[in-house]
Structures are given as structure tokens and as C-alpha cells.
Design a protein around this ligand. Structure first.
Ligand code: GLN
Length: 534
């Protein structure tokens, strides 16, 4: 029978529930178990696809084209679980389904209520993932913080789960903050007591506490937390601040978290360790041989979460090359004012990530020109690739007005434009070109040298495309199109021949990169940056 773990968070948000859930997944996999991971997001949007990055951070795209929460990125990076549409559930989706059923007459005669109709729908979705994934353990992360009005139906569904499935088939993990108060010189357990108190009012007694802390927790503090929160002392796990998030599974395992979980579920499994993870990921992050500085030129730079997968994939590229990647976050609008030389002269590689809308475009284009002219390794992703094409058209092919119809509908040279199928679309939600599509790689270019394959599948999230009417004009001046969608003949990868490493991709390779298996393009980008000398 499938077992279920529910992870909740208390005291404050941003404690790292996603990383904690993913790390639990990793340590269970290290015991030979198959895991599935799922995130509940209590907001009313059907998915985060229509949200501004300032509201939500990065939108993570799955292989099957779902626009999801960035925590799913951690699940994919830390574990080998397959992530799809089934793995992210929002209040919007639940109500959408229940109201559709009601209109169809499925509940005829009944009053539709949060309990049982909404909670049943939530539980069904969790069980559906359990069945579809054939996982031994399904880990469900409940977004938000205990005490939020919005997350109540999800917590209630989690509470009912133990009734439905049996005590030993369900486990509750609560992530909490144990702050150190400098002026008092003391660690405080009260916020944790309150948070667990709130959870117990809802009917959930946590079995395990993961305590985020900047200082070590003494046995005395653990025993106090254990007594006041009614959690066994060995299950009060210290989650101290670490240098790299990839250390978290090791820290949990060292405290026997896997043992506690398996004992609760009554699962006997082989004893294994995380040797490979330690050797191939953690040791490399903590003791790199080289260092390289890379600029990311974007417009949501001040926001930690907006380019999460890009930052992680850059680090993975570093791991693959035994190097620490220092990321210089450059605001594209600032670059418009201050100039590329001032902000980019010290970096060994320049990456322009994806994005939407006009703001910051000219700054990105200037950064790309600087990379092209000074032969600095360049990696353009989605909008970054589109900007590279525009820059090349303007400054090499003399098409001064070159642009994308996204920013300039009346441009005389629409280098980037909408496909006919996109022109008919009026709804914004889930209507972009989304998810994995095939891409044929031409031999001889940077992309082929990285992938060493002629067919790859990469994830997309965009509306606009390279306009093939300009292909010849650009290619005669030195641009090569080295990746093409075979069915539709869409340009997916562009490169410059006369350059140490200049690659633009219409897709998002960052979503498929893992710490122990860097995406080939990120690996090669960092390799070329390490070789770059000026
Ligand atoms: N705004 C561009 C488009 O829709 C690029 C999107 C992106 O970078 N993800 O095509």
C-alpha cells in the first residue's frame, strides 16, 4: 500500500519546505524506495502561468507542459521522480473541477461544501498521483504557512488522510523556525510551540519536526521542543543553515530521519548511503578547484526566486567543471543607463534568461552585443535567444528596425513573430507553446558538441518564434541555425560561428539540469567561460 507524507510549514514562509520535501524524497530513494512528490498551492489561480514573477517567482515547466510552482524544480533536481501535471494542485483547480461537476449534475440534490466535497476532491488528486506513479511513498508539500485561511481545506484533507488510510500509512512533518535572539543570547522555542499548537487545533499532531535554525540545537532545547510539542525527541530534527542546499539530504540522513520514517511506515529496506551524492555533488560544491564569474542579465534580478532554475543550472555547470560559479546579477534597465562595459567587464560569461514584455529589452541587447563583439561566452535562453537574433540583425545585417512583434507591433523587420496558431488565441492561461518538443541538432556546432546527439527533447514556454523569412539573410552573415523542430521547421538553436561559444536556445534547458548531471549546454557554457581570458 502507498504511504503518504504531508509536509507543512510554520512561523514564517520561505523556510525551505520545497528543499526539505525534496531532501526527504532523496533520502527515501537512497533506501531503494520509489517516491512521488506533490505540491498544494492554496491560491485561486488555476496555475501560476498567468502570475507576474514578482508575485510568484519562477514558473517551472514540466515535460508534459504544466506551468507549476518552482518547488517542483527542487523535486526534479533532488530525486528521480517523474514530475507532470499531476504533481501541482491549486485551489483554483479544485474549485474548477468541483463546480464543473456540480453544473453537470454529478452531485444532484446535495449542497456542495468544503467538507466533504472540496476535501474529497483534494484527496482524490493525491491518491491519483499515488496510483499513477506506483510510488512507495508520496510526499505532499502544503504551500503557505499553518494558520493561513487559504490553506485550511488542504490541511483538513491531510488530516482526513490518516483516518482514511490508517495511522501507520500517513506521516506528518512540520517545518518550523527556531530563532536565535541575539540580544538575549538565546534560542527560542515559543514560535514552534505556537505553530504546532495551531496545527493541533486543526487536528494534526506532527510526527516529525524539522527545525530551521542558525545555531546548533542542544539536547536540552530538543527535549523542551519534544515535551511542549508532543513529538519524540529523536524526531526533533535540526535543520541548520548550510552553505549549499545540496547538503540537506546528508544532514537529515545523519540524524536518522530515513530510519524514523521507515519505522513509522513499517517498511524494511536495504541500508544504503548517499555516498555518490556526497562525492559527486556536495564535495564538489564545497571544495571547488576553480572559480568563474558569470553575469545574468535580466529584469527580475532583485528577486531571488525569479530565475531559480537558471541559477541552479549554472551551479550544476560549475559542479561538472569542478568550479564555483559566482553569479553577478545585472539589471537590464540599469545596463541601459550605465553601459555594458561598466557592468560586464569582469565577467567570463554572459547569460540572458527568458522573460516577457518590453522593459529591459534594450539593456539585454546591449549586453549581447558586448558578448558578441568581445567574444565572451554567451548563452541566450528563450527571450535571450530572441534578443540575440534581434541584436545580430540590427548590428550585423543592417536591419536597424529589427524587433519582435511582442515589443513593436509595427516593426518593418519582425525577426521574431507569432505563428498563425498563436494569433488566434485570446485566453492567456496555458496557451503558450508549453512542454517538451523534439529538436534536431545539426552536427558541427556548439550544441552538437555539447549534446553529442542529433535528437533531443527540451521544454518550452513561449508564444513568439524566429521568423524563417529572415533565415537566409542572417545565415549568410554568420549565424547558424543548429537546432530545428522537425515537424514545424522552427528555429530552436542559433549559434555564431566566429565566436568561442555563442548559443541561443528557444527552449528552457535549465529545467532539465541536475546537480549530478548538469545540462550539457550549461556544462559547456561554463567550460568555455573557464577558458575565456581577456
Ligand atoms: N516573451 C517571449 C515569448 O513569449 C519569450 C518567453 C520566454 O522567455 N519564456 O516568446
Amino acid at each position: 500500500m502507498t504511504k503518504y507524507i504531508f509536509t507543512t510549514g510554520g512561523v514564517i514562509s520561505s523556510l525551505g519546505k520545497g528543499i526539505a520535501s525534496a531532501s526527504i524524497g532523496r533520502i527515501l530513494e537512497s533506501r531503494g524506495l520509489k517516491v512521488a512528490l506533490m505540491k498544494f498551492d492554496p491560491y485561486i489561480n488555476v496555475d501560476p502561468g498567468t502570475m507576474n514573477p514578482y508575485q510568484h517567482g519562477e514558473v517551472y515547466v514540466t515535460e508534459d507542459g504544466a506551468e507549476t510552482d518552482l518547488d517542483l524544480g527542487y523535486y526534479e533536481r533532488f530525486t528521480s521522480a517523474k514530475i507532470s501535471k499531476l504533481n501541482n494542485l491549486t485551489t483554483g483547480q479544485i474549485y474548477n473541477t468541483v463546480i464543473t461537476k456540480e453544473r453537470r449534475g454529478d452531485y444532484l440534490g446535495k449542497t456542495i461544501q468544503v467538507i466533504p466535497h472540496i476535501t474529497t476532491e483534494i484527496k482524490e488528486r493525491v491518491k491519483k498521483l499515488g496510483k499513477a506513479s506506483k510510488a512507495d511513498v508520496v510526499i505532499v508539500e502544503i504551500g503557505g504557512t499553518v494558520g493561513d485561511i487559504e490553506s485550511l481545506p488542504f490541511l483538513e484533507a491531510a488530516r482526513q488522510f490518516r483516518l482514511d488510510c490508517g495511522f501507520n500509512n500517513v506521516l506528518y512533518v512540520h517545518l518550523t523556525l527556531v530563532p536565535y535572539i541575539k540580544v538575549a543570547g538565546e534560542i527560542k522555542t515559543k514560535p514552534t510551540q505556537h505553530s504546532v499548537g495551531t496545527l493541533r487545533e486543526i487536528g494534526i499532531q506532527p510526527d516529525i519536526l524539522l527545525c530551521r535554525t542558525e545555531k546548533e540545537l542542544s539536547e536540552e532545547v530538543k527535549s523542551k521542543i519534544s515535551l511542549f510539542c508532543n513529538v519524540a525527541q529523536e524526531a526533533v530534527i535540526e535543520a541548520k543553515d548550510v552553505k549549499s542546499i545540496y547538503e540537506v539530504p546528508l544532514i537529515f540522513k545523519a540524524q536518522g530521519l530515513d530510519k524514523i520514517i521507515l519505522r513509522h511506515f513499517g517498511i524494511r529496506s536495504k541500508k544504503t548511503d548517499l555516498k555518490d551524492w556526497k562525492k559527486n555533488v556536495v564535495e564538489k560544491v564545497l571544495h571547488p578547484k576553480h572559480k568563474v564569474k558569470i553575469a545574468v542579465v535580466g529584469k527580475y534580478i532583485e528577486l531571488q526566486d525569479a530565475y531559480k532554475s537558471i541559477y541552479e543550472a549554472l551551479k550544476h555547470g560549475g559542479i561538472a567543471n569542478d568550479a564555483e560559479v559566482e553569479i553577478k546579477k545585472v539589471d537590464a534597465e540599469n545596463l541601459e543607463k550605465e553601459g555594458a562595459r561598466k557592468l560586464l567587464s569582469e565577467v567570463k560569461g554572459i547569460l540572458v534568461p527568458g522573460g516577457f514584455g518590453l522593459r529591459g529589452i534594450e539593456g539585454k541587447i546591449r549586453a549581447i552585443r558586448y558578448a558578441r563583439e568581445n567574444k565572451i561566452p554567451f548563452f541566450g535562453i528563450c527571450l535571450g535567444m530572441q534578443c540575440a537574433v534581434i541584436e545580430f540583425s540590427r548590428n550585423v545585417c543592417n536591419l536597424a528596425d529589427a524587433s519582435s512583434t511582442e515589443f513593436n507591433k509595427k516593426t518593418r523587420h519582425p525577426l521574431i513573430s507569432l505563428l498563425e496558431e498563436q494569433q488566434k488565441i485570446s485566453n492567456l492561461g496555458a496557451t503558450m507553446r508549453l512542454g517538451a518538443y523534439p529538436c534536431r541538432i545539426k552536427k558541427g556546432g556548439f550544441a552538437y558538441r555539447a549534446y553529442k546527439k542529433t535528437l533531443v527533447f527540451e521544454r518550452h514556454r513561449h508564444r513568439y518564434e524566429f521568423n524563417n523569412a529572415y533565415k537566409k539573410r542572417l545565415c549568410t552573415r554568420g549565424l547558424s541555425i543548429t537546432g530545428v523542430n522537425p515537424g514545424k521547421n522552427l528555429a530552436e538553436i542559433v549559434e555564431l560561428k566566429d565566436h568561442p561559444w555563442f548559443v541561443g536556445v528557444q527552449f528552457h534547458p535549465e529545467f532539465k539540469s541536475k546537480p549530478d548531471r548538469a545540462h550539457p549546454l550549461f556544462r559547456e557554457f561554463i567550460r568555455s567561460a573557464l577558458k575565456f581570458n581577456r
